[in-house]
Design a protein around this ligand. Structure first.
Ligand SMILES: Nc1ncnc2c1ncn2[C@@H]1O[C@H](COP(=O)(O)OP(=O)(O)OP(=O)(O)O)[C@@H](O)[C@H]1O
Length: 477
C-alpha cells in the first residue's frame, strides 16, 4: 500500500479490502465506536491515522505521520506483528505514556487473501463492559509499581558500598577509593580475578554517585555473541532489516542513558566493535542498526576485566585508545587469598542468607572450619566461598559446620596450604596432620588426573592404603 492510498477522510480507502470490503459497514461501526483507528502496510509503515487517534495521542494536525514506522508514533504498538503474522489480536491492553488503552488489531487482506497490512482500533475505556477489566488492570499495575519500588529500595541497601563486606585494610582502602570515584566523572576500570566482587563494587559506585536514581545496566560482554553485539549495545531501529535479529528495540546504551553501564569482561569485546565503542565514549552519540538518526546519550561506563588488558593491547587485540579511555580511573580489587581476615565476615553474611533446615536457628562455623577456610587459596574468590559454604550446609547433619563439612565442600585437588606449626592460630596436631594429608592426597589425585594407581605412586604408598586414606579423610565420595 503506497502513499497514494492515504486519505484524509475518516475511513481508509486503501486498507478496506476483503474481508472488510464486503463488511465495510462493520468496519465503519468499529471505527465509529473506537477512540481511534490506525492502519499500516506490510512493512509496518503508517498508511492512515484518523483524527480521533491523533487528538488522543496529542499529535498536531499538520504532523505527517504517514509512511513512518508505527513504533515511532506509538512505541508500544504491536500492529507490525499482526501485519507480519496475519493473526488478529482481538483484545489487548496497550500502554501509551501513563494511559492504558484497550485495543483490537486485525490483519488486512486483499481479494487474493494476501496480507496487505493491519488495522488497529483503540477503545480506551468507553466500552462500559471493559471498565471492570481496566480498573482491575490499573489496580494491579499500581500494586506492581509499589512492589517494584520496595524491591528497588531493598536492592539499593544490598548493593550499596556498605554491602561490600570486608574489614581488611585492602577492602577499607578500596571502599574509600570507590566513594571518591563515585563523586567524579570519567570511565572506571575495575581489575581483579573472577568472583572478587567487581560487579558488586560497580553497583556500589553507582549507588554512591549522583546517578543513583538512574538505571544501572550490566552486560557481560563475554556472553554476547559477536553477531549480536552491535544490536545489543546500539539497538535496532523500527523497520530495520538485520537478518534474524530484526526486532526493534533500544540498545543497552539507551537503556542506561543518564545512569551507569557496567561492562563485565571488557577484554572479550571484538576489535570490530571497539571503534564504535570509542566513538560513543568520545562523542556520546549512538546510531541504532538500520537508522540514520543519531541519538545523544550520557552514560557513565564502568568496565571490568579479570584478564590482562594491557597484554591484549600489546598483542593488538584491544585498541590502545579505547584502553586509555576506559582506564581513566583504574581500581584493583584484591583476591580473597590476600585478605583472609575478611573470610569470617563474608562467611557470616553468606551463611545468614543460606536456607536452614527445619528448626535450625543459624549456621555455626567452628574455629577449625574457619581455619580451613582461611588456608584455602580461593581461585574463584568470594563466589567460590559462597559455593563451598552452600555445599557444606548441604552436607551438614546439624547446624554445626566443622572442618569435616568444609573439607568435603572444598574442591578436591585444590591447594589448601599446610598450616605453619608456629602459627598462633594453628590447630591441634591431629587436625593439622589430617589437613596436610588431605592436601597431599588432593594434590596427587589432581596431578594424576584421577588415576588412583598413579596417585599412589606419586605419594609413595600402595593403592590399598591410598583407598583407605581417602576413606578416613572423607574424600572417597
Ligand atoms: N566484598 C563482598 N561482600 C559481599 N559479597 C561479595 C563481596 N565480594 C563478592 N561478593 C559476592 O560474590 C559474588 C561474586 O561477585 P561479583 O559477581 O561482583 O564478582 P566479579 O568480580 O564481578 O566476578 P566475574 O569477574 O566472574 O564477573 C556475588 O554474589 C557478590 O555479591
Amino acid at each position: 500500500m503506497g502513499r497514494s492510498d492515504v486519505t484524509s477522510t475518516e475511513t481508509p480507502a486503501g486498507p478496506v479490502t476483503s474481508p472488510f470490503q464486503s463488511a465495510a459497514s462493520a468496519f465503519s461501526l468499529f471505527a465509529k465506536m473506537s477512540e481511534g483507528t490506525v492502519a499500516i502496510d506490510r512493512s509496518g509503515r503508517i498508511t492512515w491515522l484518523n483524527g480521533k487517534y491523533r487528538r488522543l495521542l496529542g499529535i498536531a494536525d499538520d504532523t505527517v505521520v504517514e509512511q513512518r514506522p508505527i513504533e515511532q508514533i506509538i512505541p508500544e504498538s504491536r500492529l507490525r506483528e499482526v501485519a507480519e503474522s496475519g493473526r488478529p489480536v482481538l483484545l489487548d491492553i496497550m500502554r501509551f505514556g501513563d494511559q492504558h488503552f484497550v485495543v483490537c488489531r486485525l490483519p488486512l487482506r486483499d481479494a487474493n487473501d494476501q496480507i496487505t497490512g493491519a488495522v488497529g482500533f483503540v477503545f480506551f475505556d468507553r466500552l462500559d463492559y471493559l471498565k471492570p477489566i481496566l480498573s482491575k488492570f490499573n489496580r494491579l499495575e499500581r500494586e506492581l509499581e509499589a512492589r517494584r519500588a520496595e524491591l528497588a529500595k531493598a536492592r539499593r541497601a544490598r548493593y550499596s558500598l556498605s554491602g561490600f563486606i570486608g574489614v581488611s585494610k585492602a577492602v577499607r582502602d578500596l571502599k574509600t577509593r570507590a566513594r571518591r570515584i563515585a563523586q567524579r566523572e570519567g570511565a572506571v576500570l575495575l581489575l581483579g580475578e573472577t568472583g572478587v566482587g567487581k560487579e558488586l563494587l560497580a553497583q556500589g559506585i553507582h549507588e554512591a554517585s549522583p546517578l543513583a536514581a538512574k538505571p544501572f545496566v550490566a552486560v557481560n560482554v563475554a556472553a554476547v555473541p559477536e553477531t549480536l553485539m552491535e544490536s545489543e549495545f546500539f539497538g535496532v531501529a523500527p523497520g530495520a532489516f538485520t537478518g534474524a535479529d530484526r526486532r526493534p528495540r533500544p540498545g543497552k546504551f539507551e537503556i542506561a542513558n543518564g545512569g551507569t553501564l557496567f561492562l563485565d569482561e571488557i577484554g572479550d569485546m571484538p576489535l570490530s566493535i571497539q571503534a564504535k565503542f570509542l566513538r560513543v565514549l568520545q562523542e556520546g552519540e549512538i546510531e541504532a542498526l538500520g537508522s540514520n538518526d543519531i541519538k545523544h546519550i550520557d552514560v557513565r561506563v564502568i568496565a571490568a576485566t579479570s584478564g590482562d588488558l594491557e597484554k591484549k593491547v600489546r598483542e593488538g587485540t584491544f585498541r590502545a585508545d579505547l584502553f586509555y579511555r576506559l582506564a581513566v580511573l583504574p581500581v584493583s580489587v584484591p583476591p580473597l587469598r590476600e585478605r583472609p581476615e575478611d573470610i569470617e565476615h563474608l562467611a557470616e553474611r553468606i551463611l545468614d542468607e543460606l536456607p536452614r533446615g527445619e528448626g535450625l536457628a543459624a549456621w555455626i562455623l567452628t574455629d577449625a572450619a574457619l581455619q580451613l577456610l582461611r588456608r584455602y587459596d580461593w581461585p574463584g574468590n568470594v563466589r567460590e566461598l559462597q559455593n563451598v559454604l552452600e555445599r557444606a550446609t548441604i552436607e551438614a547433619e546439624s547446624e554445626l559446620l566443622d572442618a569435616r563439612e568444609i573439607g568435603l565442600a572444598v574442591p578436591s585437588g585444590r591447594n589448601v596450604a599446610t598450616p605453619a606449626m608456629n602459627d598462633q592460630d594453628s590447630l591441634n596436631l591431629a587436625e593439622t596432620l589430617k589437613m596436610a594429608e588431605r592436601a597431599a592426597l588432593a594434590d596427587a589425585i589432581d596431578r594424576s588426573n584421577g588415576d588412583k594407581t598413579e596417585a599412589a605412586r606419586l605419594l609413595g604408598i600402595s593403592r590399598s592404603s591410598l583407598y583407605s586414606k581417602l576413606k578416613t579423610t572423607g574424600m572417597d565420595g
